[in-house]
Ligand binder design. Sequence first.
Ligand code: GAL
Length: 499
Amino acid sequence: MWKTAQSSIFILLSLAAGTSRAVNNGLARTPPLGWNNWNSLGCDVSADLLLDTASRLVSFGLMDVGYQYTVLDDCWSDGRDENGRIKVDLKRFPDGMTAVSARIHDHGLLFGMYSSAGHMTCARGEGSLDHEAEDARSFAEFSVDYLKYDNCYSKGRAGSAQTTFARYETMAQALNETGRPIVYSLCNWGEDFVMSWGVSIANSWRISGDIYDSFSRPDDRCSCTENDPSSPWCVSPGAHCSVLTILNKIAPYADRGQPGGWQDLDALEIGLGGMTDEEYIAHFSLWAALKSPLLIGADLRKLSPEALTILNNPAILAISQDPLGVPATRVERNTSVPKDRYGIGETHIWSGPLAGGDQVLILLNAANTDLEMVAYLEDIFAGQGPSCSAPQCNEDWLVHDLWAQRMDNNVASELLQKSTSREDAARILKGTNHYNVSSLSYKKGLEKLDKRLLGTEVDEIAARGALKVMVKRHTAKVFRLRPKLGVAGKRYSLFKDEL
Ligand code: GAL
């Protein structure tokens, strides 16, 4: 009798554990920072690549500005064994996955892997659909810390929010049942209203088809764009989505991310070569302000100093890792501006609250010419009260430029060439007073009002006024607004822990 009671209690407890929500798994309280091979290397993966990348994350000083996850994407499996366990491709990973994972962990980094909620992955490897429990156990055995879970070959179990939710929830439960904390990253390309249910089971969810290395060039293969941003009938969100397309896609529901569950705008293209430096600045700044996971997509063996100095900007990373965890939203879009030969041209103003009462402000110029842009406090704080009824609109603000302290190219070159260990990187970072999260977390640095995170003061906005800025074609100006008088010593919003 006791035995039966005991086992029912156990079943109840495991059911409770199994259905506990990933958003409450304690992980990803700020957007994950790391690297993923897909954008630059596709299926060209191996143990050597991952270990080489991990050591470069360390020696380039990227780990010391917060990048942690080394994520292996598709193309690592080799069928299943007679017991149904997924097999690792031993040609690419000769010592098995546990060995790779251990060596990544030895650096103090975390390890991510990939599978699909289908019978095959997108590159036609082994998928996890109907094998969720045994695959979750394999991931736990490999000491995986992050799982990207794709959407190909779903056997038709898609087309409604409920069907897709069920398919992804099965893996959420299987991961929870392993007892290992694993960040659960959904990759169903924004289909089936994932922006409404992703947060219930996952730490992040992709909202679009695959990004490509273009700032604004439209491509029919990236469907489901601005005219039907949340349509469940969107056919094949596909690939070749530009930075601008992804921004337009997320704009109506940009506010859905929160600590523990973030909207994934896809891995970064910075450093791949298809965009200008200015375009990459816009791409990185907006991904950070929208609180997307920031996974470097470049091949680190070919990283340029310019790309490194975008990826390692602590003032922008502090926006991504802000303790309040509120994504920026678009407060203005203007399409009456000069267009390019594709008919593309628009400007945006994005803004959102930050811990301590600050506010991020981004003026994006995707028009086909340099422009003077104007951001009104009335629009920036419209969400807090329209027509300047918000107290913030009646405040004077200091304007801090978050790209003014970008690392010098020579320092970046030294990190890329001469640094071979974490100590080397730390020495170089220290020599130039670059921010280092292993000495001071972003949260602590913000609490201490560290100037390297707050940016450089360049202007002011008077109460009920506006900021006018020249913004070059295809880039963004990125500012942290700070209340000038702190509203007579009062702050509008405190750090989350103080609330
Ligand atoms: C796509 C996914 C990409 C990448 C690729 C691998 O579906 O969106 O990010 O993972 O599959 O085959």
